[in-house]
Design a binder for this molecule. Structure first.
Ligand code: SF4
Length: 218
């Protein structure tokens, strides 16, 4: 067994998905698959950007709002703007995450902070579009463009689940962080969120080939 294979599979996760009572209403969104199945094989690093930013529990629920050209994170009723507070926390937390050697991240869907895709963005008309990305999630994929990232909602699909698991192993085994400076230098990951997924799949493919040739040689 190699040193790589001995390394722990450490994944970040939106803390509410592990059953931690960190949501705005003091509740949680415990996910059975993450806690009972995947949890047997990985070390979770729980993160709740809203709570850890100092917003407390309970707190007023928040939403993404389009203001001119910017998307802001504001409370749903009182319209208090928490974009800068959560943004400052996120910059700090991502630096810590860089030191923690994560192989992937599971995010809470639909959250204005953690949601990866199709998060509601409210326009001036009051009508939301479902084309947003949570504040923390956006910063996470920007900072770690090849890190496998998924939402718990997508992991109910066996094909997507299998793909995610292959990708986290590939990320660990390939020492993917070596590739990140190259990708960032090219700026490829900023072109489209889809590019991040394609890069992760490409890492998986390279890893599978590497394992194949290793078996072939032995
Ligand atoms: S979705 Fe994210 S910010 Fe909201 S409660 Fe869960 S971990 Fe905290």
């Amino acid at each position: 067994m190699t040193a790589e294979a001995d390394a722990p599979l450490r994944l970040g996760v939106s803390a509410c998905l592990l059953g931690e009572a960190v949501r705005f209403d003091g509740g949680h969104k415990r996910d059975f698959f993450l806690v009972k199945t995947l949890g047997r094989f990985v070390d979770w690093v729980p993160v709740c950007p809203e709570l850890e930013s100092g917003l407390g529990v309970p707190r007023e629920s928040m939403r993404l709002v389009q203001m001119h050209r910017e998307i802001r994170l504001v409370t749903a009723k009182t319209l208090h703007d928490h974009t800068d507070t959560v943004g400052r926390y996120t910059v700090r937390r991502l630096e810590e995450i860089a030191e923690q050697g994560l192989c992937g991240f599971v995010l809470k869907k639909d959250s204005p902070t953690c949601g990866l895709e199709r998060v509601r963005v409210y326009k001036a008309s009051g009508v939301p579009t479902r084309d947003g990305r949570g504040l923390f999630a956006a910063a996470l994929v920007d900072r770690f463009p090849t890190l496998p990232v998924e939402e718990e909602g997508r992991l109910v699909d066996p094909r997507l689940r299998e793909n995610f698991i292959e990708c986290i192993f590939a990320y660990r085994d390939l020492a993917a962080p070596l590739l990140i400076p190259i990708i960032c230098a090219i700026g490829l990951h900023r072109v489209s969120p889809m590019i991040n997924r394609l890069l992760a799949v490409a890492l998986c493919a390279v890893d599978l080939m590497r394992h194949f040739f290793r078996e072939f040689d032995s």
